[in-house]
Design a protein around this ligand. Sequence first.
Ligand code: SAM
Length: 217
Amino acid sequence: SRHSLDSPSRPADVDWPGIFASDFKEGDDVEFADVGCGYGGMLFALAELHPDRRALGMEIRIKVCDYVQEKIRAMRAAHPGCYGNIACVRSNAMKQLVNYFRKGQLSKLLFLYPDPHFKRAKHKWRIISPALLAEYAYVLRPGGRLYTATDVPELHDWIVQHAACHPLFRQLSPDELASDPLTPRLVDTTEEGRKAQREGCSCLPAVFERVPDPADT
Ligand code: SAM
């Protein structure tokens, strides 16, 4: 039903034409995923920045996901020919990412303003963790990038600490970060990022590149 978190059992079973309400041709694979996309600010930005790439938002809250799907329909109707490259599914990305994406399918994976789960006992719910980083490395292609931003300094430190020491990720240098066109958008594009800015909080971006498996080099 609509309220269960039904998910495809494997990437080959994903009904992409149904999710995007459009035909899928060879080479149309989804390449970007926005995990916990919230109200979809980054999805709409990606649709405009990369009209030739497909992006999927994954959001666990049903009403929020419904809102994003409705907004995508409205934007498509208002701007014919645009926004056909984005879609949103209701899913628990902590459990279902690998049900949607094949090994090496993604070139960008985004985690913007994730819930901080401050209490130590809840750290296991943090969306960046050693176990989940292995899954993120799996779905990202070598050279692909994992984008994060948060206004919670403690969470930023946690993310950097775990991702930077993961053998399949490398943190971008300050120069590389500055030259990625998506970097400024991590701060000013999503609803949570804008809220943090209005409240005078500083937004902390951190971006990591998926490095090749040592076994493959
Ligand atoms: N990225 C958006 C932004 O920057 O405006 C939303 C940030 S909001 C603080 C975090 C979002 O992640 C919420 O919408 C929440 O429902 C969603 N979320 C939390 N855990 C999730 C999970 N396991 N899978 C998918 N979405 C999740």
